[in-house]
Design a protein around this ligand. Structure first.
Ligand code: ARG
Length: 462
């Protein structure tokens, strides 16, 4: 069936060439199995272009109308799965154009007036990414909300804060969680900035130099909702910065998602036991009946590799590419599409996991009371009572050593024992060393004190 069609029909661009393309070359150059996902945006761009051609009198109003109707019918055919894409027609653009002429006759051949696939594909990619960015930003906002909600629900939970993955100082779990709000907020800003630069009409640049025909680019921009049109036709057809920017923003987002995944994998381990993952987002083992594995989180962490890889791939494709359009640019599709898919699915998974997470406050508090995390505060206590901080640090260090040797916590030592290290200790030291007061004392702006975290949650509207 496919062969018959190929034999029956010449390529749309075959005029110049003396021999038919070999089928191996056809397979090598075709991109329709990948770029067919652009069909809605391709059709929207073509409809706007045809309307403009009609308004400018470059084609007749009747022809424009026929084209628009034909394109809408084709969109329905593709939507319903009745449309057959042919690799012999190379890409989504030519498959649709071919079908248009099949359906409406000679007028179909006029759609491509004053247009090249070079500015057409640049347009399609921008339209596509603009929509996907909107969808991605919604998912990002939804994930951020879950962090804030969980922070609010667990406002009084105290956990160990870590540096070097060693217990450092107790913090509010809510404070830790809101760190992710900040990271994802920066991701949001990056995607929003990217969207602004995506939002520009490249169509009307022709193959690279513009066109001799009296087109109205501002009209097409209006029809497609672009606030700006490109100012240099050469740049417009050769630029993929907007995709590089998206891939960079996605890579940074995945730095964040992979850190989240890693923390949750660690925290849900038996050894930590800080959280319990929702069962629906875990898997069992085919061999070991006791297992509950955090596969979804591991996959988020693992998929970070491919997202980074896609950025690297496109950077490599773009590097040293002469202006303007080169067929190399067709290779931008897989990195972009796969990154979009990976970002969307991972954000949705992360949101559900954060939403369904059970916080084990007892385990967190127990760990926060362990590990001598009040040693800094012990030194502060002495410094506040006039001991130079260096000496206070020495004393606190000796007390920690003593406690390790005797298997005790600092706050378990009776006052008489503490006084052997420094006469400045008084009864109030016990209150001073409790995890709760340690957290509440850290009131500097951006610190972990409950008052701060509460204020921040209010600012965030949670
Ligand atoms: N499929 C091509 C791409 O994605 C469309 C542009 C082809 N232009 C050309 N002059 N061969 O880049």
């Amino acid at each position: 069936m496919r062969g018959k069609r190929v034999a029956r029909r010449a390529k749309l661009w075959s005029g110049r060439l003396g021999a038919a393309t070999s089928s191996a070359v056809e397979a090598f150059t075709a991109s329709v199995d990948i770029d067919s996902r652009l069909y809605r945006h391709d059709i929207a761009g073509s409809i706007a272009h045809a309307k403009m051609l009609g308004r400018q009198g470059i084609i007749t109003a009747r022809e424009a109308q026929k084209i628009v109707r034909g394109l809408k019918a084709i969109e329905r055919e593709i939507d319903s799965g009745r449309f057959q894409f042919f690799p012999a027609d190379e890409d989504v653009h030519m498959n649709i154009e071919r079908r248009l002429t099949e359906k409406i006759g000679a007028a179909g051949g006029k759609l491509h007036t004053a247009r090249s696939r070079n500015d057409q594909v640049a347009l399609d990619m921008r339209l596509y990414l603009r929509d996907e960015l909107t969808a991605i930003m919604e998912r990002l906002a939804a994930l951020k909300r879950e962090f804030a909600r969980a922070a609010k629900r667990n406002l009084d939970v105290i956990m160990p804060g870590y540096t070097h993955l060693q217990p450092a100082q107790p913090v509010l779990f809510a404070h830790h969680w809101l760190a992710y709000w900040e990271m994802l907020g920066r991701d949001e800003e990056r995607f929003a900035g990217c969207r602004e630069r995506v939002n520009m009409l490249p169509l009307g640049s022709g193959a690279l130099a513009g066109t001799t025909l009296p087109i109205d680019r501002a009209c097409v921009a209006r029809l497609l909702g672009f606030p700006r049109i490109s100012q240099n036709s050469i740049d417009a057809v050769s630029d993929r910065d907007f995709i590089l920017e998206f891939l960079s923003a996605a890579a940074i987002l995945f730095v964040h998602l992979s850190r989240l995944a890693e923390e949750l994998i660690l925290w849900s381990s038996r050894e930590f036991g800080f959280v319990e993952l929702p069962d629906r987002y875990c898997t069992g083992s085919s061999m070991m009946p006791q297992k509950k594995n955090p596969d979804v989180l591991e996959l988020i962490r693992g998929k970070t590799g491919r997202v980074f890889g896609h950025l690297h791939a496109l950077l490599t494709i773009m590097k040293g590419l002469p202006l303007a359009y080169n067929r190399d640019l067709q290779e931008d599709k897989i990195p972009l599409f796969d990154t979009v898919d990976t970002v969307k699915s991972s954000l949705a998974m992360a949101r559900d996991i954060v939403r369904g997470l059970k916080v084990n406050r007892g385990r967190m508090l127990g760990a926060a009371q362990d590990g001598f995390m009040n040693a800094t505060d012990l030194a502060d206590y002495l410094a506040r009572r006039g001991l130079p901080f260096r000496s206070a640090h020495q004393v606190a260090g000796k007390i920690v050593r003593h406690c390790i040797d005797h298997g005790r916590r600092i706050e378990e030592l009776p006052l008489s024992e503490l006084k052997r290290f420094s006469a400045r200790f008084e009864k109030d030291v016990y209150r001073y060393l409790s995890v709760d007061s340690m957290v509440q004392r850290r009131r500097s702006a951006g610190g972990t004190a409950r008052a701060n975290v509460q204020r921040r949650l209010k600012e965030l509207g949670v």
